[in-house]
Design a protein around this ligand. Sequence first.
Ligand code: V47
Length: 383
Amino acid sequence: MSSCSTRVPEFMQVVIEDSRLRPILEKVQSGGRLSCQDGLTLFQTPDILAVGYMANIVRERLHGSVTYFNVNRHINPTDVCVASCRLCAFGKRVRDPRAYTMSLEEVWHRAGEGWSEAVTEFHIVGGLHPELTLDWYCQMLRGLKERFPQVHLKAFTMVEVGYLAQRSRLPVREVLIRLRDAGMDSLPGGGAEIFSERVRRIICDHKITGEQWLETARTAHELGLRSNCTMLYGHIENDADRVDHLLKLRALQDETGGFVTYIPLAFHPDNTPLQHIPKTTGFLDIRNIAVARLLLDNIPHIKAYWIMMTPWIAQIALRFGADDIDGTVVEEKIYHDAGATTSQSLRRSELLRLIRKAGREPVERDTLYRPVTRTETTFTVLV
Ligand code: V47
């Protein structure tokens, strides 16, 4: 046997500078579950290439080279919000002259603008408006379903659901049932921020607690609704807060299996009361993708949200654990109010190019990751 054919143990094929990563690599290779201490090590090591190498093993084991994207449109019906979260530049007080609230007709019209691009998903989130009722939101959903029956409605963060429950004096379960029956197909992952109560008191003290966010997600999953999940990083949290957040998501996923995708969200400080906090870096963004892929062994997809991290870092993330790059978006307000300099939308062709140039295979998906095939004028979801 020539020396070339001798099997080189996989851990020797990558230069691991930090010896603390060796036992983690062994767990990753054998499909073992990583611990809280492993998570801390992954956030602390300077050896980002080894962390990315390990995340890529898991990513390719789950998805090969496939990279998902969708043709979606964001709709933010109102930026009026009773919570004055320090992390947020989007929410405005009801009497703020800059605030807006769309009428139902405007929401349906906005949606129609996206329809011309054959969107498969409307991503609908907004502020906590003190006057819009549960019935108004149900009418909005019904109107969208009547006009765009093929489009998946991914709507309302757990925070919005909690606020509607409080305002309408109904249990969260009942609110979710009414929204589901009116047309809500799934829920986006926003509003989770970071579960640490110490940090929440400073960045979002008017929001539901981390426990309430998790409980609302649990209830949604029990009702058969799928949802995404997120973590806001790059503000005043520490590594232990991040690991704690990810392990709480993992524990809930063990119970319900209801999370589809995890999206790490970098804090954008401009125009917020926390604007003295330095902006995210490429290193931090890439690390958050990779560590999530390694710790969240039971959540199928990790999304590199290009609006938040720029298309260029999102493209690199496809080799560091991410298998999804989000969609065309069309109109984005939450990040752009907070200083994002990315464009508001990407064409389908641009998403395809980004993915292919990363050496990955693009697959257009619907919200629940069923492949979508297109002709010139129509699309079909392959079930
Ligand atoms: O809920 C608010 C966060 C979220 C800021 O589920 C901020 O597919 C950074 O959840 N800087 C909205 N972040 C975005 C979101 C999302 C995006 C893409 C896809 C999906 C999905 C979900 O953004 C908010 C909040 O957690 N946020 N303000 C800010 N200044």
